[in-house]
Design a protein around this ligand. Structure first.
Ligand code: NI
Length: 158
């Protein structure tokens, strides 16, 4: 259950930093790259799809994990136009709900093997969900550092 504590810690540590990004959340580190808004949007999509997996894997005997077209979800979700504070709150509170489901998942369900492209146990799917979330949070931090460095380099002298 280490991944549940890990999820809660990652989400609460990130929430304040994310809100502080404010308008910088719409910036792209390079053309064609996701902005922080789109990355958090992608994490909302990941939460949406995985929440369903975490529940259905407990209610169906042979649950098959299917993928989703991530770029399309981000585009159709229109996260770039979203209110940033609302989006961060959606992401944070959705993940608190996911943590509540994770911590109550019985051992027998956790060791259940799933089929499909992700032929892992439910436990491994949950661990991977948290790893993926942390990977993208690190990406947002790295992009913001790049943006700040670039701004300093571009600012006129004197
Ligand atoms: Ni991703």
């Amino acid at each position: 259950m280490e991944h549940v504590a890990d999820l809660r810690a990652a989400v609460s540590a990130a929430a304040l930093k994310l809100h502080a990004l404010s308008d910088r959340s719409a910036l792209r580190s390079a053309p064609g790259k996701w902005s922080a808004r789109e990355i958090i949007g992608h994490l909302v999509d990941s939460a949406t799809n995985n929440y369903e997996r975490f529940i259905r894997a407990q209610t169906e005997d042979h649950f098959t994990v299917t993928g989703y077209s991530q770029e399309d979800w981000v585009r159709i979700g229109r996260y770039q136009d979203a209110n940033w504070d609302d989006l961060v709150t959606l992401w944070r509170t959705f993940n608190l709900q996911i943590a509540r489901v994770m911590e109550a998942t019985p051992e027998a369900a956790l060791s259940r093997r799933l089929t499909g492209s992700n032929a892992v146990t439910l436990q491994e799917l949950m661990v991977d969900y948290v790893r993926h979330l942390k990977h993208h949070l690190a990406q947002i931090s790295a992009d913001d550092q790049t943006a700040k460095t670039t701004q300093v380099a571009d600012s006129p002298k004197g």
